[in-house]
Design a protein around this ligand. Sequence first.
Ligand code: ATR
Length: 269
Amino acid sequence: MPTDRYVVIGHPVAHSKSPQIHTSFAEQTGQQISYTRLLAPLDGFAQTVKDFIAEGGRGANVTVPFKLEAFALATQCTPRAQAAGAVNTLKFEGVEIIGDNTDGFGLVRDLEINAAQVLRGKRILLLGAGGAARGVILPLLNAQPSELMIANRTVEKALDLAWAFQEHGPISASSFEELAGDYDVIINATSASIDARIPPVAPSLFGKQTLAYDMMYAKAPTAFMQFALQQGSQARDGLGMLVEQAAEAFYIWRGVRPQTAAVFAALRE
Ligand code: ATR
């Protein structure tokens, strides 16, 4: 059987753990694929994809900074990619470039299955209103929380998102300063962790029952996680989300759903 080729496309991309994850999934499920990194020039994403298709590529994951360009390049997008306005998974079928977004699915699955966190009927606070936040809103609302509050430094962007998704569930927007009460789940979708900073949120938002989730991950707990732990909350980073979004992409491409626990444990080491 020929080996089907997949890549993760980004800039930079050398740090990506996706090859390790998908290679493990392929071994586990007996799928004959290769999966490598592909660095695209900042002004050459579409051409890089077209060249890869011409070489027989079957699919690609898309990472920073190309998720919006991938959305524009796709000839068809799934409803969840349309809602996210961004694509992290491409599947090549004949002349079609099918765009999907598995990030929000990965987050919700990591919360509900791996962290055993009930979302239905719970109060969720989402910090940030950029691309990362937008990508997870629809799956979070589909989990039927009692409230999804979006808070952002630039409050207009939070209001825009709440407006855009209002038909899908109980979503509202706030500045960081005006937030009150504690939340069951607080998700950090800002890019503040990259610089080891945290969004300016009051300690009173974090209760004993709160799960604080940072969509970033690092060897040590992020500054946001440390802040939450100091308030007596639980904290979790985004490594599980990374593995779960990959598992969903693998399922889209291969029609087989891999087990994620062993891959997660290996990455954590
Ligand atoms: P991404 O694709 O990672 O979401 P983005 O679209 O540039 O990146 O969005 C970055 C998000 O992080 C925004 O919500 C940004 O807030 P603003 O909209 O006010 O710029 C937020 N952010 C970045 N650094 C932050 C910081 N130090 N404190 C609070 N919010 C921060």
